[in-house]
Design a protein around this ligand. Structure first.
Ligand code: SF4
Length: 318
């Protein structure tokens, strides 16, 4: 198997760390920011229940007390990554809840503030696909002319039946529409999917990957469904009413997905982590490095890499 030279890495997929090193010639890290946003799927605008896997607590910082200003969150993050990771430059990552849920002026003030900080070379903003009106997308496209700018859409599954089951409060069409409006210019689009969702078959999951592979999407985060205390999924798990994936199946499925995705798509995440205090299952997910190593081993065993079945060629039935 030969892999694309432009990855310039030792992996069998195009990881975010390598992508940034190739782009900027130094180590780049995301600084997590909680700007105090809420979510329309929790505050009643769409629903009050939230997605069935979401713990609704927000960042650890929010749980600890009043949120420090953005500049202070950035300062602390930079200090940590400089000390522990030899970081060079940074991306301000608006991560908690729906980070485009506000007026144009409010959002612009927050993003401008983050971008004005020293050594911040861009922003990445996580949101819902039904929460990006045209003026906000226009704002991101303006930033993208000057900064490295990512818009991250939570999708989870391309199947409406699953989105309904998850209580996502939006359809697959809302996602396709958001991607279409955000595409073009230099704006980078990332999407999040979850593997192991209730009611989904392997073919359902691969269909989500196939659709994503046809869209103008630059990056992906692949998560595993976790059962967390205080969530609907957690309750179902404790009652024995939901199946949580085994490690082998997860690793296998992630490799199948990677084979389908375009070689240019940046793999931003391959596992889920955190939430130690409310974590229920699966226990194997706690060892994140083990999971990543198992994915590497499986790709090696298959002698494949990301993109090998991109555009048409279907993976063999296994
Ligand atoms: S959209 Fe995000 S923040 Fe809102 S309920 Fe769903 S997972 Fe939680």
């Amino acid at each position: 198997m030969s892999k694309p030279e432009f990855w310039n890495n030792k992996k069998r997929y195009y990881d975010l760390k390598s992508f940034w090193r190739n782009q900027f010639g130094c180590s780049v890290y995301k600084l997590q920011i909680d700007a105090g946003f809420t979510c329309p799927n929790r505050d009643g605008a769409i629903s009050t229940g939230g997605c069935i896997y979401c713990d609704g607590r927000g960042s650890r910082l929010r749980q600890a007390g009043p949120l420090p200003p953005i500049s202070e969150q950035i300062r602390r993050g930079k200090e940590y990554y400089r000390k522990n990771k030899n970081a060079g430059k940074f991306i301000a990552y608006f991560q908690t809840f729906t980070n485009t849920y506000g007026t144009y002026q409010k959002l612009k003030t927050l993003y401008d503030k983050a971008l004005s900080e020293e050594d911040i070379i861009g922003i990445s903003v996580g949101t819902r696909p039904d929460c990006v009106p045209d003026d906000i997308i226009g704002l991101f496209k303006t930033y993208a002319k000057q900064y490295h700018t990512w818009l991250e859409f939570g999708l989870q599954s391309i199947h409406d039946k699953t989105l309904r089951l998850l209580n996502r409060g939006h359809s697959a069409d809302a996602f396709l529409d958001a991607v279409s409006r955000a595409s073009g210019d230099d704006l980078q689009i990332c999407t999040h999917i979850i593997v192991g969702l209730p009611g989904e078959t392997r073919e359902d999951i691969l269909e989500t990957a196939r659709v994503i592979s046809t869209l103008p999407i630059h990056g992906i985060k692949i998560h595993l469904l976790l059962a967390l205390q205080g969530t609907v999924v957690g309750d179902l798990y404790e009652k024995g009413q939901i199946r949580i994936m085994e490690k082998e199946e997860y690793v296998y499925t992630v490799c199948d997905i990677l084979e389908i995705l375009p070689p240019e798509m940046v793999i931003q995440r391959l596992t889920a982590d955190g939430y130690r205090d409310i974590f229920l299952a699966p226990s194997w997910a706690v060892k994140k490095l083990d999971v990543l190593n198992a994915i590497d081993r499986e790709l090696e065993k298959r002698d494949t890499c990301q993109g090998i079945y991109y555009k048409g060629k279907k993976p063999d039935k296994r």
